[in-house]
Write a protein that binds this ligand. Structure first.
Ligand SMILES: Cc1cc2nc3c(=O)[nH]c(=O)nc-3n(C[C@H](O)[C@H](O)[C@H](O)COP(=O)(O)OP(=O)(O)OC[C@H]3O[C@@H](n4cnc5c(N)ncnc54)[C@H](O)[C@@H]3O)c2cc1C
Length: 359
């Protein structure tokens, strides 16, 4: 094991529950606030109480952003540990896992929470292996029993059952499904203790590095963070329908999404599925194309601010939650909309136009 800092200084003891903060382009990801709320609840369940430490692994530039420290405290962090190194700027597994492993060896946290995102799952699996800890992954609920053992549930077999999981070794590592828990900003909170370390990454070979970030498009924008979502259901029917859906999403600056049927048909990727066994979204605008409005789907989108539904069936359940209804064939409605929107300059303008049209 090497020293966690370049001057050999090991950070002072930090909280029993750690929450690994996700960020991109200098912005904190919403899932980080959900993790902190869960970390706060777990720390309060530990016998004798516990403190929550938010771990921010990042480059020098980001580490100095004091405004984020306040935001982390507001969401439940008692302490903030900033590990700064140029190799921690954009996510690359090797340096992140090396730093976290060293910190765990030095500070022995009891619980470490990460998002069940691509990055979080990557870190969690390797971190638990390297530290000899336990991992429970993709949980939608977490708790601590009276012996301080971390327990969690996760849906399995297409959500027909919940698997109950528990950790057997320490540190107890868990990944939490984004959207499964709510962020709970505190009304009053203390200024957190902030520690800053500069890790040594002497074994960092740089075998994997980030080349460039491609701008978000309808295809790759994160559904959870999108303010506008265009979702398709079985009514989309075929690849031509998917192209129409994505063209509409693109012109609205929206993220494309799907019902489970469309995903099961292999027409959209699984991570685009909205609903009980997919993701829960609350965008400003949710446009549903050829979606019937089954309860399992509604569970993932009914809290959207404005819902517009396009469906041939006037009795479709989706119309019960929709603010605006277009009863018609999406293969006629969407091309007509695209034509109307083609003259709009910006996606923001286009979505306002769409709302006026719907109104
Ligand atoms: C345990 C469990 C978990 C589930 N989890 C989820 C989940 O997370 N997310 C999810 O979405 N579902 C989930 N489901 C499935 C859910 O019950 C429904 O089967 C599914 O949501 C239906 O998808 P759909 O609306 O796309 O298809 P359908 O119910 O088949 O509806 C298609 C709609 O498209 C309309 N339509 C057809 N052609 C056109 C056209 N040309 N133009 C306009 N409209 C048209 C039809 O009138 C119809 O209303 C789950 C089910 C189970 C049992």
């Amino acid at each position: 094991m090497h020293h966690p800092t370049d001057n050999g200084k090991v950070p002072a003891p930090v909280g029993r529950v750690w929450s690994v903060v996700e960020h991109q382009g200098g912005e904190l990801s919403p899932v980080s606030f959900e993790l902190l709320a869960e970390a706060r609840a777990l720390a309060d369940m530990l016998q004798g109480g516990g403190e929550v430490c938010a771990l921010v692994l990042s480059s020098e530039q980001y580490c100095s952003a004091e405004s984020h420290i306040d935001t982390l405290a507001k969401h439940g962090a008692d302490q903030v540990l900033l590990a700064c190194h140029p190799a921690l700027g954009d996510y690359a597994s090797e340096p992140h896992i090396e730093v976290l492993t060293d910190l765990c060896h030095a500070l022995s946290p009891e619980i470490i929470l990460l998002a069940s995102s691509l990055d979080g799952q990557d870190i969690a699996a390797r971190l638990s292996l390297r530290t000899g800890g336990s991992l429970i992954s993709d949980c939608v609920r977490l708790t601590v029993n009276t012996d301080g053992v971390l327990e969690g549930s996760k849906p399995v077999l297409d959500d027909h059952l919940y698997a109950e999981l528990h950790c057997e070794r320490r540190p107890q590592v868990a990944t939490l499904r984004p959207g499964a828990c709510e962020a709970k900003p505190l009304h009053t909170y203390q200024k957190p203790e902030v520690q800053r370390i500069e890790p040594v990454l002497d074994s960092h070979s740089g075998a994997v590095s980030v080349g460039e970030f491609l701008p978000a498009t309808a295809r790759n924008l994160s559904i959870l963070e999108a303010e506008r979502v265009v979702a398709g259901g079985a009514g989309i029917k075929n690849p031509h329908g998917v192209r129409l859906l994505e063209a509409l999403a693109e012109s609205l600056g929206a993220c494309s999404a799907a019902s489970r049927v469309l995903v099961d048909l292999g027409l959209m990727p699984r991570d685009k599925q909205v609903g009980l066994s997919g993701v829960v979204v609350k965008p400003k605008l949710y446009l549903a194309l050829g979606i019937s409005g089954a309860a399992y789907h509604l569970a993932g989108m009914s809290e959207s601010e404005i819902i517009i539904a396009v469906n041939t069936d006037p009795a479709a359940e989706i119309f019960k939650v929709a603010d605006f209804a277009a009863i018609g064939d999406l293969f006629e409605v969407v091309p007509a909309l695209l034509e109307r929107l083609a003259n709009q300059q910006a996606p923001q303008e286009a979505s306002q136009e769409l709302l006026l049209e719907a109104g």
